[in-house]
Design a protein around this ligand. Structure first.
Ligand SMILES: [Fe+2]
Ligand SMILES: [Fe+2]
Length: 300
């Protein structure tokens, strides 16, 4: 069965995209004043080991089952060919934020943050810590690739922890057992450690499962510093940035820039607060910041 012939029901097991992020937060809990980044996780004995399988809701499990089943090497190539020419729409960054905000799902409007609110909270947390302006801007835009959902892409092709295709699936990926149903698991050339890649090839040459990270990277790649682009492109690559897998495919540049990805991660995972940011009040500051780096319109 091809991915596109599934019903919309099986394509949307999550009540909202946030359900995936809530699960990540549960899996990588913030630890007293510190963050659950690898340096901390390395001292795992200080922390209770969380059994994510026991804690995952049925909807989240179903989401990962679909993600691991359908994210094949061929599927990734198909989506790259469809989206990377960037000929779906032309719009500015703020306009894209408002467009993403039109995403209607089953989240609770009384308690759940809107997409713009999540973006502003992330950016405001980065700003409050005194980070450079490009870093704040990265927080503001990092999830805009989720507009893929508005173009009919199923949840499992927009969000979810990303992982390389074209080589063996790491058992550090969440719910690795679901890869048994991925046709690539039965394709010998994709099942060696390096698969179709040269050892140490560098992640730029490696195809990751398709989602909002890779898409937004291509939209923004001419306008931001490398650190920002790594944050955007790899923020969902938990098997690498948090679990330490796939080092054999990285080059020195990747290793250096993954410090930036890890610096970004806590702001993505732990910046959600119940206090809604004042979008109207913050908008002028962020419009200036956007104009500092981006042209008035971009190709999406
Ligand atoms: Fe994201
Ligand atoms: Fe996010």
């Amino acid at each position: 069965m091809s991915a596109t012939t599934q019903t919309s029901e099986t394509n949307a097991p999550l009540a909202s995209l946030d359900e995936w992020e809530d699960f990540l937060q549960q899996r990588y809990p913030e630890t007293d004043g510190e963050t659950a980044v690898p340096s901390v996780k390395a001292n795992a004995d200080q922390h209770e080991y969380r059994d994510y399988r026991a804690e995952a809701r049925a909807s989240v499990k179903e989401f990962y089952r679909l993600n691991h089943r359908y994210q094949t090497f061929d599927f990734v190539q198909e989506k790259r060919a469809e989206y990377l020419p960037l000929n779906h729409r032309t719009m500015g960054i703020w306009e894209a934020m408002e467009y993403l905000n039109t995403l209607v799902d089953d989240s609770d409007p009384d308690t759940d943050l809107t997409q713009i609110e999540h973006l502003l909270q992330t950016a405001e947390a980065i700003r409050a810590d005194g980070h450079p302006r490009w870093f704040i801007l990265t927080g503001l835009i990092h999830d805009l690739g989720k507009i893929l959902c508005l173009w009919g892409e199923p949840q499992w092709a927009v969000v979810g922890d990303t992982f390389p295709v074209g080589c063996r699936f790491s058992d550090k990926i969440v719910f690795p057992e679901f890869f048994a149903d991925n046709p690539d698991s039965a394709t010998p050339k994709y099942q060696t450690e390096n698969g179709i890649y040269e050892p140490g090839a560098g992640l730029d040459k490696v195809f990751l499962s398709w989602g909002h990270d890779e898409y937004l990277y291509h939209v923004t790649k001419d306008y931001l510093p490398d650190e920002a682009l790594y944050m955007i492109r790899y923020h969902s690559f938990y098997p690498a940035h948090t679990e330490g897998a796939y080092g054999h495919l990285m080059n020195a540049e990747d290793r250096r820039l993954f410090d930036a990805v890890r610096a970004f991660n806590p702001y993505d995972l732990y910046s959600k607060t119940p206090v809604r940011p004042d979008v109207k009040e913050l908008r002028p500051y962020y419009e200036d910041l956007i104009a500092e780096y981006f042209p008035p319109t971009l190709r999406w």
